[in-house]
Design a protein around this ligand. Structure first.
Ligand code: PLP
Length: 503
């Protein structure tokens, strides 16, 4: 082959949008870019100071006519995009529930993105399906879940993107099961139950499932019960609804609520649900991962009575977004509600019933190869590695709790259960509860405006509280300590010197 031909071949190849050598070159640059980002992210203001419309003002209002060099694009990412990000990977990030990315989680994501398979059924990518079934059994064992949630025990797991999808799909499965018994004309009589602390994902699922808004029961919780759902109240409400001719069919219990990490009593709630044949889903989006540590498993005791359970591995299990883990005891209930059988997907493997076709476990047809990243995380860290990381987060949160408890101006609002602390400035003499809330709101806003840490809020029992959630992967003790010093400084400024003496 002549030299020109080689060059001709090369320039022709480089026009291919997936030229392997170009991929290698640009890929290395992206990895270097991100490595530098992780090195420097602690110095960026955690919450972006962007104002609405900032990015539109900075970027052209139309796509380029001809393609641009990759280096120019990377430079613009640094100049225009990074300043508009809130840095969830910052060690000073403590808001909501942090997103716990890691090297293994990232590389798994890159691999699945690189293979770019669309594993809707087994045949469309056998290893993608089989790795997912395997890794769901692995994780179930690592968490100490009952055998009945494993494929080997007649149940099974699947990886949707989010908890919203997990709750929707299980609710649809439960609805189908119920309506098949009583007839679809009764759909307006269906009733769903959760506590008033349940995530809004519950309401959204009920809306999509066609449950009448007046039939969403969000049962009140109390501070005395640490905001957990009362089994007696659930039982009474279900009975009352049945007497009124309604059809209770679904309960969503939460372990680790978003506002205050409250824990619903799973065992007693499952008993109530099972008396009446209701589907009980355990939403453990955040706290489910804690089960890798045996000392947290008691919060899940009785879970063998539940119909399904889900957690977000992207919240507290080092897996990059998105990765929700859902286990069901009866996969056929899911597939009865969600399966389709178009001609163009017919194949022998599916007909043999020896394979899992995950398209029938979810809303969409196409699906990402999420098992890859979860598998990488489990293999890279092992169970003991994950345990020690989660325990370090818990220890840092506990230390923060002690610091708060040691300053008389502050109170810890609910006991710390996992790696999240809810705290606030105490109501000072002469301040109404609204004024106390306002003071705490200003404290949080000052904190987030400083850019030196980022936290978020909740309202529990009428009180505005500040939430510090430890879980960002780069966070170390010193970051938690300086977040506390920052809180104290802001409190000094807010309350004035007069009250500092009370410390
Ligand atoms: C975060 C969270 C959700 C919502 O999770 P998505 O994956 O974003 O849908 C639901 N429930 C609880 C308890 C959560 O903490």
């Amino acid at each position: 082959m002549g030299k020109e031909e080689l060059n001709g071949g090369k320039s022709k190849r480089s026009k291919n949008p997936l030229d392997p050598e170009e991929f290698r070159r640009q890929g290395h640059k992206v990895i270097d870019f991100l490595a530098d980002y992780y090195l420097n992210v602690a110095d960026y203001p955690v919450r972006s100071n962007s104002q609405p419309g900032d990015l539109r003002r900075l970027l052209p209002d139309h796509a380029p006519i001809s393609g641009e060099p990759f280096d120019a694009i990377l430079r613009d990412i640094q100049s225009f995009i990074v300043p508009g990000l809130t840095h969830w990977m910052s060690p000073n990030y403590f808001a909501y529930f942090p997103s716990s990315g890691s090297t293994a989680g990232f590389l798994g994501e890159v691999l699945s993105s690189g293979f770019n398979v669309v594993g809707f059924n087994w045949l469309s990518s056998p290893a993608a399906t089989e790795l997912e079934t395997l890794v769901m059994d692995w994780l179930a064992k690592a968490l100490g879940l009952p055998e009945s949630f494993l494929f080997s025990g007649g149940g099974g797991g699947v990886l949707p993107g989010t908890t919203c999808e997990a709750i929707l799909c299980t609710m649809l499965a439960a609805r189908e099961k119920t309506l098949r018994k009583i007839g679809t004309h009764r759909v307006a009589d269906l009733v769903v139950y959760a506590s008033d602390q349940a995530h809004s994902a519950f309401q959204k699922a009920a809306r999509i499932a066609g449950v009448q808004p007046e039939n969403y029961r969000t049962l009140p919780t109390t501070r005395a019960d640490l905001f957990s759902l009362s089994p007696d109240l659930l039982r009474r409400t279900i009975s009352k609804d049945m007497e009124a001719g309604l059809v209770p069919f679904f309960v969503c219990a939460t372990v680790g609520t978003t506002s205050s990490t409250a824990v619903d009593p799973i065992k007693a709630l499952c008993e109530v649900a099972n008396e009446r044949n209701l589907w009980l889903h355990v939403d453990a989006a955040y706290a489910g991962s804690s089960c890798v540590c045996p000392e947290f498993r008691h919060y899940f005791s009785g879970v063998e009575g539940a119909s399904s359970l889900s957690l977000n591995a992207h919240k507290w299990l080092l897996t990059n977004l998105d990765c929700c883990c859902l286990w069901v005891k009866d996969p056929s209930a899911l597939t009865a509600a969600l399966s389709t059988d178009p001609e163009f997907l017919k194949n022998e493997a599916s007909e043999s019933k020896k394979v899992v076709d995950y398209k029938d476990w979810q809303v969409a047809l196409s699906r990402r190869f999420r098992a890859m990243k979860l598998w990488l995380v489990l293999r890279t860290h092992g169970i003991t590695g994950l345990q020690s990381i989660l325990r370090s987060h818990v220890a840092m949160a506990e230390r923060f709790r002690c610091l708060v408890a040691g300053d008389r101006r502050f109170e810890v609002v609910v006991p710390r259960t996992f790696a999240m602390v809810c705290f606030r400035l105490r109501p000072a003499a002469g301040l109404s509860s609204e004024e106390t809330n306002e003071l705490n709101r200003r404290l949080l806003e000052g904190l987030n405006e400083s850019g030196r840490a980022c936290m978020s809020h909740a309202v529990v029992g009428g009180d505005y509280v500040i939430r510090l959630a430890v879980g960002a992967t780069l966070t170390e003790q010193r970051h938690v300590d300086s977040a506390w010093r920052l809180v104290q400084q802001l409190a000094d400024a807010l309350l004035g010197a007069a009250i500092i003496n009370g410390r």
